[in-house]
Each structure stands twice: as C-alpha cells, then as structure tokens.
Design a protein around this ligand. Structure first.
Ligand code: 1HN
Length: 352
C-alpha cells in the first residue's frame, strides 16, 4: 500500500481557502490528516524511561513528613512519562505510581471502576484488605484490586512499606466510565481470614458447585513472591530458555486461565545470570519492576541499567532486549489483555 497514506496532498490556495470556509462548521478535511491517523506501524507519545529507586527513595520518604495518608487519600508519587507530563500516565493506557505507607497508618476504604495492582517494592507487614480480607505484603508479592471492589490499606509492621501501583485509569478515562465511592466507614468490617482467597482458589481446585461471583477477575488476589520465584527458578533449570524472554510466566485467573484482570496482564520473568534476550516488541506497552538482580534493558536506541526496586517502561512497539548480570526476577504489567480481547495484539520476535 502506498499513495495517499504516505503523502499529504499539496495545500493549494484554493484548498486552503476551502478549509477556512468549512472550519466555520467545525469540519476538517480527512485527507490532510489521514496519513497521521493511519500510520503504518504503531506510534506512541510515550518515551522509554527508568526510575532509579535509590535516586527517588529520599523524595518518597520525605512525603511522609509532608502529608498524612488521611489527607492524601493515597500517598503516591505518580510516575509520569517524560513526554506525557501532567496526564498522570506512564503510557497512553497505563498508570503507575509509588505508594508509601508508614507503620500504623491507614489508607481509607474506597472503590472505583478502574482496576489496580500492587507490586511490593520495599518493607514488610503492610496489607491491602479486599472486602475486609487482608493480604500481608512482602517484597515481590503481587496483590490485585479489581474494578469496583472495596479496598483499604494498613500497616501492622515496623518499617516503611512501598509498592508500585499499576492502574488502567488512563484507558478507562479515555472511554469515559470513571467513577468512585468512599466507604461509609474508614475501614471495611473484617472479612474472610487472611489467605482465604489463596486457599479457596489458588491450589488448582475450585469449590464444588460454586458459581464465581465475578468471572472477569481472578478470585485469587494475592500472589506471593515466594511461590512465583520458586516456579521460575525450577523452570529455568528444567526447560530451555525462551530466546526472547528467558522464562516468562503470566499470573492467571485460575477459574478460566485468562489474565488476572481484563485490562491488566501481570507477569514474572527470570533472566538468568549471563543471559541476554533477543530483541522483541509488541503492540502492548510494558511497565517493569525489578524484584531481584541487576542488568540492563535496551529499549529502542537507549540502554537502561537496572537493579532491585527500579521501575522502567517499554512503550508500544519499541524493540527491547534484556541482559542480566545475575539471576534477575522482573515483574511486569501490561495492557496486553485489552489488545488480545479486541484483536489488536501483534508481536515481532527478532529484527525485521
Ligand atoms: C487508588 O485508589 C490507589 O487504592 C492507588 O491505593 C493509586 C491512582 C489513581 C486513582 C486511584 C489505591 C490510585 C488510586
């Protein structure tokens, strides 16, 4: 396909005059913009970027002296893509932020139509409660907060706890249906005992005859690092490595094998010591958090050195490859499930 898609027609005087006249009716000629609307390959406003945890940690800790969780609702520093500042997003469709909770603090119960995930970066014994069921956090754990579930956070431990929040809020906002509600009580009444979601739904068994209340979202909302780490370590020993990913596993909804939530896919990847992946790209965008290990990721033309707790973003269609100096466990989340559902997902392994 060539012709009109690649070149804009000449703007003759007669045409410019005509555009001026139709402008008054809030109309514009498609032929002046169609080559931009229909680029041959995905185009993104977002830029590859890495937030070095050691560099940003002092600012994050300082926020605890400046504002309480009560006043802030959530004490979060939003990770804004450098070429999309002010839009509260890390890519067109994804939001990410670093949230801090101090010992004894509470972040009040609310619910909202956007879905969220938490990937624990630092500290211990804070919790997220879903409908009053607590999930206690350890570094590397994944906790889900699907659309419209009541959730609050608290902290029964001794040290600051930080996690990476991932939300679908930019895509929900784009489509329109963002809504939220505070719970009448600061803290939701106690729900199921700690771990109930994992016991009931996380052992490849489902309660006999049970109908799941919600088929779109995983009934498991806590995926401890101790388990995902062991699985990836065992697989790296027992199977060939994927040249493009090392070992990459998707956290799934055990009820249907699908993504954990319909808008956000969640993954854990092991790039073993000394391994370098081949270049890969996809229409989906990826936000990475380094759970363990050091290495580097080349995204487009730029190479980003990473270590534990760093966050980096791979925007849509950017070729990227990873290299690990020691066994590296990389968590990521992505808008891939939406691309899959709507038939847009494409990927490319290796260079074209
Ligand atoms: C939210 O509710 C949380 O519940 C975190 O911890 C980040 C970012 C935007 C909108 C709502 C939370 C959020 C958020």
């Amino acid at each position: 396909m060539s012709r009109g898609l690649d070149t804009k027609p000449e703007t003759t005087n007669a045409r410019a005059d005509y555009y001026g006249r139709i402008d008054e009716y809030n109309m514009a000629p498609l032929w002046e913009v169609i080559h931009k609307l229909l680029a041959r390959e995905p185009v993104t406003e977002a830029t590859p970027y890495l937030w070095n945890y050691d560099s940003v940690r002092p600012s994050l800790m300082e926020s605890a002296d400046l504002i309480s969780t009560e006043e802030a609702e959530r004490r979060v520093l939003v990770l804004e893509n450098p070429t999309m500042r002010g839009k509260s997003c890390i890519t067109e469709a994804l939001y990410a932020g670093l949230q801090l909770i101090m010992p004894g603090e509470i972040a009040a119960t609310h619910r909202h139509s956007p879905a969220a995930l938490r990937f624990i970066v630092e500290g211990s014994r804070a919790y997220t409660a879903i409908d009053g069921e607590k999930a206690y956090m350890e570094p590397g754990d994944l906790i889900l907060t699907p659309s419209w579930v009541w959730h609050d956070h608290g902290h029964d431990g001794e040290v600051p706890v930080v996690w990476l929040d991932g939300l679908d809020i930019p895509m929900v906002r784009f489509m329109g249906p963002v809504f939220a509600e505070p719970h009448p009580e600061e803290t939701h009444a106690e729900g199921n005992p700690v771990g109930a979601n994992m016991v009931r739904y996380g052992a490849n068994m489902l309660p006999y005859g049970a109908r799941l209340r919600d088929e779109k979202n995983s009934p498991v909302f806590h995926y401890p690092f101790a388990r995902s780490r062991e699985v990836l370590s065992d697989l790296a020993k027992s199977q060939d490595l994927d040249p493009y990913h090392g070992v990459k596993m998707e956290f799934v909804n055990p009820a249907n094998g699908g993504p954990t939530m319909p808008t956000l896919g969640t993954y854990m990847q092991l790039v073993p010591e000394g391994f370098a992946t081949e270049t890969y790209r996809s229409t989906a965008a990826w936000v990475y958090s380094v759970a363990e290990g050091t290495g580097r990721t080349t995204i487009g033309e730029e190479t980003f050195e990473w270590g534990p707790r760093d966050t980096f973003v791979v925007p849509a269609w950017y070729p990227h490859s990873h290299e690990a100096d020691d066994d590296a466990f990389l968590f990521s989340f992505s808008d891939k499930p939406v691309h899959d559902t709507l038939g847009w997902f494409r990927e490319q392994r290796g260079n074209a």
